[in-house]
Write a protein that binds this ligand. Structure first.
Ligand code: UT7
Length: 329
């Protein structure tokens, strides 16, 4: 019998309508469109600004879309994994809330926190459940409402992030399609450069933590940049080498969208021309766990069965990784 692999068989995505442009930000902090575009590649981002709406309200429509595309009932889903750093609540898991909102009453579900690499960590986890033969339909969601943890008076960070979600369905394949290999890494000492200071068990929320603005993203941008350029490029090159592939064998690079300069460095290192790189950072900014599935969602109609695709990410933790996918449809 042929080996079971986990094929991606449908993609869904969701970005809120409301746009926050560089020109809007010019009115909020001391910045300008030219600086933001040349340093990051970002022109605008989407913001979920309706009251009472949370990360699950980004994830649920993405999951509903993939169910529609696959003509599938939510009750058929075995498991939902949601990668996020902006859970609706500290508990229960946002994946549980998404399950409830889409009607996945037969699924078990949980969240996974690996910041910007969250989707790759969740995808690899979900793929293992399929490969083991234990489950037939696993949904992996990357969703983040970054606007909930961004300080819109801090020009270093507020220009970078946006809100969105993407989701994929994993099903067994015996044709050798799907998630073929993953290299995933963590270095916990990286927490010093990128974290949220309060709201966890180390510094529970208090008047002091709120006054000190400790419930927002803290990032030492330049340091993270240096680690990200090296981390994402090295691991993508290592993944190619370990699978005996070169840039010529790869149809698409799907990089985490944190900074256009980091994306360019990774593509160069892999020997890939720009036409083979999915880039939508200009429209959405950095949506953390959502960037990679959001790219797959936007480019889905251009993808062809049998194409080799490399997904690559670097983010808070530090976490980083690269995954090789053979497109299944
Ligand atoms: O997805 C998770 C992982 N995160 C990342 O991968 C992010 C990695 N880091 C980056 O992408 C970049 O470091 C940033 C985009 C965050 C910053 O770009 P940079 O080229 O590293 O700029 P910088 O922090 O070195 O700042 C350069 C100058 C500074 O002014 P001085 O000290 O040279 O006078 C900043 O104060 O630009 C200034 N600056 C700004 N100016 C206008 C910082 N932010 C802004 C701004 N508008 N928004």
């Amino acid at each position: 019998m042929n080996k079971i692999t986990a094929a991606i068989t449908a993609v869904g995505g969701y970005a809120p309508e409301n746009k926050l442009t560089n020109f809007d930000l010019e009115k909020m902090v001391d910045t300008n469109d030219e600086w933001i575009r040349t340093r990051t590649g970002i022109s605008e981002r989407r913001i979920l600004n309706e009251p009472g709406m949370a990360t699950s309200d980004l994830g649920a429509p993405a999951v509903k879309e993939l169910l529609r595309k696959r003509n599938m009932d939510a009750k058929e889903i075995d498991c939902i994994i949601c990668a996020t750093v902006t859970a609706d609540m500290a508990f229960p898991a946002t994946a549980n809330i998404i399950s409830d909102k889409v009607g996945a009453t037969n699924a078990w579900s949980f969240d996974l926190n690996a910041a910007c690499s969250g989707f790759l960590f969740a995808l690899t986890t979900g793929a293992s459940f399929i490969e083991s033969g234990r489950y037939k339909k696993v949904v992996v969601v990357g969703a983040d409402k970054m606007s909930a943890i961004v300080d819109y008076t801090d020009r270093n960070n507020c220009i970078l992030f946006g809100d969105a979600a993407g989701a994929v369905l994993l099903e067994p394949s015996t044709e050798g399609n799907g998630i073929l290999d993953s290299l995933l890494k963590t270095d916990g000492s990286g927490k010093n450069f990128l974290h949220m200071k309060a709201g966890g068990s180390l510094r529970p929320a208090s008047v002091e933590t709120v006054m000190a603005k400790e419930h927002y993203i803290y990032q030492e941008g330049q340091s993270v940049f240096k680690f990200a350029v090296k981390g994402m490029a090295d691991i993508s090159a290592e993944l190619l080498e370990r699978n005996g592939l070169t840039g010529d064998d790869i149809s698409w690079l799907v990089p985490h969208q944190a900074n256009l300069r980091i994306i360019d460095a990774t593509a160069n290192r892999m020997g890939l021309p720009k036409e083979k790189v999915m880039i939508n950072i200009g429209k959405y900014g950095n949506t953390t766990a959502a960037t990679i599935p959001l790219c797959l969602w936007e480019w889905e109609s251009q993808l062809k069965k049998g194409e080799n695709i490399v997904l690559a990410a670097f983010g808070g933790g530090f976490t980083w990784g690269a995954t090789l996918v053979k497109w299944a449809y």
